[in-house]
Write a protein of this length. Structure first.
Length: 113
């Protein structure tokens, strides 16, 4: 399984971005997909998760601002990020889990004026 993340960039505080993660290869229909992020000097942390039943989980710091979703027909997962804050600056990674774990290459999000 290969993951390609995209959509990062520079945005001002209060702005929005949408990240995408496309899975290809031997992709299972039953899988959990998630977004993690890693800020400079900090550990990687879970941002949002969507399970095979499409139930979602969010980090407290992003609840009400970020939305995770997926289009299973396109093997694509999204992260809609609104009301971005400087504290959201990080490299964002997607993770695929069907018992096998695969990471995407990361996409940089910078929130700054």
């Amino acid at each position: 399984v290969q993951l390609q993340a995209s959509g990062g960039g520079l945005v001002e505080p209060g702005g929005s971005l949408r990240l995408s993660c496309v899975a290809s290869g031997a992709v299972s229909r039953i899988r959990t997909m998630s977004w993690y992020r890693q800020a400079p000097g900090k550990d990687r942390e879970l941002v949002a998760l969507i399970n095979p039943s499409d139930e979602t989980t969010y980090a407290d710091s992003v609840k009400g601002r970020f939305t995770i979703s997926r289009d299973s027909t396109r093997n694509t997962m999204y992260l809609q990020m609104n009301s971005l804050e400087p504290g959201d600056t990080a490299v964002y990674y997607c993770l695929y889990n069907d018992g096998r774990f695969y990471w995407g290459q990361g996409t940089l999000v910078t929130v700054s004026s």
